[in-house]
Design a protein around this ligand. Structure first.
Ligand code: BGC
Length: 427
């Protein structure tokens, strides 16, 4: 299956997950806490900071024509108001290396991790944050804007709301378990969250020492409705700065979107879920040029809420259902309300069986093709992820990559799926 020459076929990464030694970020600080929720710290990650040229070359050799990566705010502004020119030139080099290899750089300005100092100042629940974000964006755009055509302001701007909903569901499950005398904690996501609850008090003291606040409001902390508005304000402020400093740039944000399917009786719940995930953001994104669609699986809902994965279904390492058909459904649903360009900025799966990755990509891309054939303006598809990398609290246990990395030597081994994906590119 191939796409037209102007369609982007690429892969995505995020700075904190691949670069290594992002020492000024809030994630780095949390990873190194005694009472951490992380399975392991990111440390050198997959050393993409030093090996980006090799990684970009591997992509180009396989035939990919786009690379979505993020610029790390904590590197650019490690302390409030102090901007680091050498980090700026690092990212300029990454962008130029992409271009030399015939790869379109698609840059994300915030992918979950923030500078540690931002959290001390109230983080993503503070009214000051959009202003800080806009100042960082201005600095980056004034220096790098002319080199770019596509910028995502914020990755998965709706993530905090989803985390809040999961935390709420988990709390309820725990209450039921405790009331019925069950304390084994084997429910989904159990291990990390349970440890978190047990250590709550000690962790709060530690956070106070490290961040100066007992309750940290990182980008992926459970978000209040006010925090949700702050994220949208940050996006709009960044968009205004980009329009002013680099008006040629196509700008958008990305959203994490499930294929929400209603079973009989579940229509109301499904509609509410879709409104929370997507439609309530429409006023904030209507001035955008594109929307970054990020999808991994489906969610089925009945009258009681979201249902577990169907019995016997194939699971990915993340314990999501293997369901690549979800992408087409999501694109079609989004296109009903959002009339700008769509770019699939993330889609993929964690598996040790690369033949399943190839099958997943094949089905997902044929869905994209069908959408394009029906006139939906889909401009590109970025597989998540280019490399096996640091999957946040789950550490290095998940293998999403098109390229395997032996972290003891940092040696790269492309998987067949890299060539498979590159073969779909029309260039
Ligand atoms: C995030 C990535 C993450 C991926 C797989 C997305 O939610 O943007 O950072 O690694 O999903 O879980």
């Amino acid at each position: 299956m191939t796409f037209s020459q102007d369609f982007f076929i690429g892969a995505a990464t995020a700075a904190h997950q691949v670069e290594g030694n992002n020492i000024h970020s809030d994630y780095w600080a949390q990873e190194h806490m005694v009472h951490t929720d992380f399975l392991e710290p990111s440390n050198d990650a997959v050393d993409h900071y030093n090996r980006y040229a090799e990684d970009i070359r591997l992509m180009a050799d396989a035939g990919l024509n786009a690379y979505r990566f993020s610029i790390e705010w904590a590197r650019i502004e490690p302390e409030e108001g102090h901007f680091d020119k050498s980090e700026l030139s690092h990212y300029r080099d990454v962008i130029r290396t992409c271009k030399e290899n015939g790869i379109e750089p698609i840059v994300t300005l915030l992918h979950f991790s923030s500078p540690k100092w931002l959290i001390t100042k109230g983080g993503w629940e503070s009214d000051e944050t959009p202003g800080y974000f806009a100042r960082y964006v201005r600095y980056v755009m004034e220096h790098l804007g002319k080199e770019l055509h596509y910028v995502c302001t914020i990755n998965e701007a709706n993530m905090g709301i989803q985390v809040a909903a999961i935390a709420e569901r988990y709390k309820k499950q725990m209450m039921v378990k405790m009331q019925s005398g069950q304390t084994d904690g084997t429910v989904q996501m159990g291990l990390n969250l349970e440890k978190m609850m047990a250590n709550q008090e000690a962790a709060a003291k530690e956070r106070l020492k490290i961040f100066g606040v007992a309750k940290t409001e990182g980008f992926t902390s459970p978000r209040t409705p006010h925090g949700d508005e702050i994220v949208m304000e940050a996006h709009k402020a960044a968009r205004a700065v980009i329009r002013e400093t680099a008006p040629h740039i196509q700008v958008g944000l990305t959203l994490s979107l499930h294929d929400v399917q209603a079973l009989p009786g579940g229509e109301e719940n499904a509609a509410k879920e879709w409104a929370d995930e997507f439609t309530h953001y429409l006023p904030a994104i209507e001035g955008d040029d594109f929307l970054g669609v990020q999808n991994y699986t489906r969610t089925r809902m009945d009258a009681s809420g979201s249902l577990p994965v169907p019995e016997g279904a194939e699971l990915t390492q993340m314990e999501y259902e293997f369901y690549p058909e979800a992408l087409e459904n999501v694109i079609r649903k989004v296109a009903q309300d959002f009339k700008g360009t769509l770019i699939v900025t993330e889609n993929g799966l964690a598996t040790s069986d690369d033949t399943r990755r190839c099958a997943f990509i094949e089905t997902a891309l044929s869905g994209v093709k069908a959408c394009i054939a029906d006139g939906i303006p889909v401009k590109g598809y970025m597989y998540w992820s280019l490399l096996d990398n640091f999957e946040w609290q789950k550490g290095y246990s998940m293998t999403f990559g098109l390229i395997a990395v032996d972290r003891s030597t940092q040696k790269r081994t492309p998987k067949p799926s890299l060539t498979h994906l590159g073969g779909c590119c029309g260039r």
